[in-house]
Write a protein that binds this ligand. Sequence first.
Ligand SMILES: Nc1ncnc2c1ncn2[C@@H]1O[C@H](COP(=O)(O)OP(=O)(O)O)[C@@H](O)[C@H]1O
Ligand SMILES: [Mg+2]
Length: 441
Amino acid sequence: MADINPEGLTILVVGNGGREHALAWALCRSPRVAQVIVAPGNGGTEDTMFSGARLRCAAVGVGDFAALMQLARDNGAAFTVVGPEAPLCDGIVDAFQDAGLRCYGPSASAARLEGSKAFSKAFMARHAIPTAAHASFTDMEAALDYVRTVGHRVVVKASGLAAGKGVLLPETTADAEDAVRQIMGDRAFGAAGDEVVIEEHLVGQEASILAFSDGRSIVPCLAAQDHKRALDGDAGANTGGMGAYAPAPVVTPDMVAEIQRTVLDPTIEGMRAEDAPFVGTLFVGLMITDNGIKVLEYNVRFGDPETQVVLPLLSTDLADILEACMDCELTPDAVQFRPGAAATVVMASGGYPGAYEKGAVIDGTRKASQIDGVTVFHAGTRRQRDDLVTSGGRVLGVTGVADDLATAVARAYEGVARIRFSGAQWRRDIAHRALPTQPKV
Ligand SMILES: Nc1ncnc2c1ncn2[C@@H]1O[C@H](COP(=O)(O)OP(=O)(O)O)[C@@H](O)[C@H]1O
Ligand SMILES: [Mg+2]
């Protein structure tokens, strides 16, 4: 085992999911990093060495800004990286900066791009960024009138943060009225539904782009595609994400250039012009329609599970990139990717996204990690004495990396086959849109 670099940096990562394990893993790979502390972290980030750096957890919740700042100070953290959206929207970056601490991510004001869909839609309209036609409402009767008379199929969205559950896709006008009543009348998503965005229903393939920004320039990563539904063939309930792969061939190099010109650059310029410069990771959810690329939504942080496929392909140093963003010195050279592809298969608890049991003993993560090109990112796991046990709905993300997507997918599934826990469920068709089905011979 390599010695820890005594001059090396300590970095604090805030969050407890697969995304945060992947961030911590990528930061450990930086030769400048000696220690990554994840608060609160999970079973994969607890007391371990990786790539010459020490990885450990600290039992502090993502909403306890005072305790997180104390943790950063006590450990001399060079900077803090924030995984989830809620603390960003609640101003964690502003709080750290006010206290003289470096923190990677957008201010609360810039985080409105995710925290308020009504804000982001109005912002896109102000800056001519392509997106579905829409109207926003705080009055339920007005919203109901609109869906009765609009004359095309609509999507009804709670404007605020709703943990990925606040979007309803009604098929008929009557269903659309029900959707409005559910969100505004029954307050199915609480205060997140005090305002609704009603938009034109688009048809096409979805893709996501993660991009780093220093507030002035923005540099994209490889495009990724995730799988939101629980079951094969994109059937079943919506989940936090059952797998992902990158690069997504549906996004061609021409489209990447178009996205840069029509979406990424105007977003960063627009936020700067509105005195809310965006520094951090911008995640753009896109629909590729017959009428061009449209933005479905912005997220203001790394996506989960997209991060688990994008970061393993990054060939440059993540710590360098994040510092360049905070120092307003980001260049495209800093964000480079190795050739090849990555796929991650999420292993979930039985019953997820509905009710599920916790505490099942997990076997085989080490054996899976020994496969060439396979990394196991933990999400809902924790250590219980000598055991690793389940503690959440999405338990693990098994990532395979290879020179081509088919091999990356095969490696991920080889990893999955070595892992066992009671009730484990996973999709068998991750990356199916990008893989031609081979005729059986
Ligand atoms: N205008 C639209 N047309 C068709 N489908 C949409 C539209 N907006 C959203 N969706 C679908 O709903 C999902 C969730 O919407 P999104 O805006 O990404 O919200 P969130 O991720 O916050 O739940 C999208 O991934 C997409 O599948
Ligand atoms: Mg989304």
